[in-house]
Design a protein around this ligand. Structure first.
Ligand SMILES: NC(=O)c1ccc[n+]([C@@H]2O[C@H](COP(=O)([O-])OP(=O)(O)OC[C@H]3O[C@@H](n4cnc5c(N)ncnc54)[C@H](OP(=O)(O)O)[C@@H]3O)[C@@H](O)[C@H]2O)c1
Length: 330
């Protein structure tokens, strides 16, 4: 697997990482623990060195899974996790944001234990907390870096003003935000700002939460606990309309003798060499398919053709329900 550098941070990772969330959270019931461990270790065997988790995934159980799976390979891999929610430790119930410095430090102690490590390679603020100035958040992470408990600082779904303010206090290694042919807003303001500041970009939901793979249509049903049930973009009507983008991916994939998922990931990789997508899957054959995207080359002609076709398609439905949309882009 090729390596990529996340901006000027010096953090080098495999060109494609593994998003581990779905093994425990978000898309229906958690997978069996041993199966989850096997999947993560299969990724290591195939050259993946970048693993994404968060305190809130589970909560707690995804970090535990990632920690157990990666403990034999700890020195070979980069583990990224996230803080920023208020979570009841007993019930696991989430009740809003909490990026107060004292809380960040508490969360990091828990994450270190669950991840079975003495240092977190990349620590993101999961969502910008309007109650806590970003300078205080960056200052808290800076102290954790000075103490050796954290190696690099990241932000998730932050707006450009926040990115600049945070970066002035503690250099930001990477921003993680949604980006794919299903959600292109970062291209307007965020990516140029990251390039200017030398910050890496980690697109999450690079497969549009599965939609861009062509395996979901208006007849697909999701488990009752699946987050996509409350996403406007995933109503049956929106899915039906949005199949236009999948048709486009399918056409290009057929020409190149690859799959739509591979085109979706290759499209992200083709943007800039400091972009590292983190597709998630619970299945080995899909992991292999997704990693195969690292060798799919899209020429500037291909990219222009995609751009041209995409410009004629309007994606239907918001990417988040209103209460979650309020938390992004701040
Ligand atoms: N920072 C944030 O706020 C944030 C938010 C969301 C996600 N994330 C991170 O980003 C990672 C990836 O995002 P995501 O999981 O939301 O979305 P994604 O990677 O775009 O899609 C994952 C979904 O696609 C399916 N899938 C994966 N590969 C496939 C393939 N080749 N063919 C068909 N279906 C496929 C998976 O199902 P199967 O398991 O059945 O394959 C899963 O339902 C997460 O794991 C998490 O670490 C971060």
């Amino acid at each position: 697997m090729q390596q990529r550098k996340l901006g000027n941070s010096g953090l080098e990772v495999s060109a494609i990482g593994l998003g581990c969330m779905g093994l425990s959270f978000g898309f229906g019931p958690a997978v069996d623990k041993q199966e989850g461990i096997a999947l993560i270790r299969a990724a290591v065997e195939r050259g993946v060195t970048f693993f994404d988790t968060a305190e809130i995934y589970g909560p707690f159980t995804n970090e535990e899974l990632v920690g157990e799976a990666l403990s034999p390979f700890r020195k070979q891999v980069v583990i990224a996790t996230k803080f920023g929610f208020k979570i009841d430790p007993n019930t696991g119930k989430q009740s809003g944001l909490d990026s107060r410095p004292a809380h960040i430090k508490e969360v990091v102690e828990g994450s270190l234990k669950r991840l079975r490590t003495d240092s977190i390679d990349l620590l993101y603020q999961h969502r910008v907390d309007p109650e806590v100035p970003i300078e205080d958040v960056a200052g808290a992470v800076k102290e954790l870096i000075q103490q050796g408990k954290v190696k690099h600082f990241g932000l998730s779904e932050a707006g450009v003003k926040t990115i600049r303010r945070a970066h002035a206090v503690q250099p930001v290694a990477a921003l993680q935000s949604e980006h794919s042919l299903f959600w292109r807003e970062p291209e307007i303001e965020v990516l140029p700002t990251l390039e200017e500041l030398g910050i890496g970009f980690v697109p999450f939901s690079p497969l549009g939460k599965g939609f861009l793979t062509g395996k979901i249509d208006e007849n697909t049903t999701f488990d009752s606990s699946d987050f996509r049930n409350i996403v406007p973009r995933f109503t049956p009507e929106a899915r039906k309309a949005n199949l236009a983008i999948v048709d486009l991916l399918r056409t290009i994939a057929q020409e190149k003798k690859v799959t739509p998922a591979q085109i979706a990931i290759a499209w992200l990789l083709a943007h800039k060499p400091w972009i590292v997508p983190i597709p998630g899957t619970t299945k080995l054959h899909r992991l292999e398919e997704n990693l195969g995207a690292a060798t799919v080359e899209l020429s500037s002609h291909d990219l222009r053709e995609i751009e041209n076709a995409v410009s004629k398609i309007t994606i239907q439905g918001a990417r988040y329900p209103e209460h979650l949309q309020k938390m992004v882009g701040r």
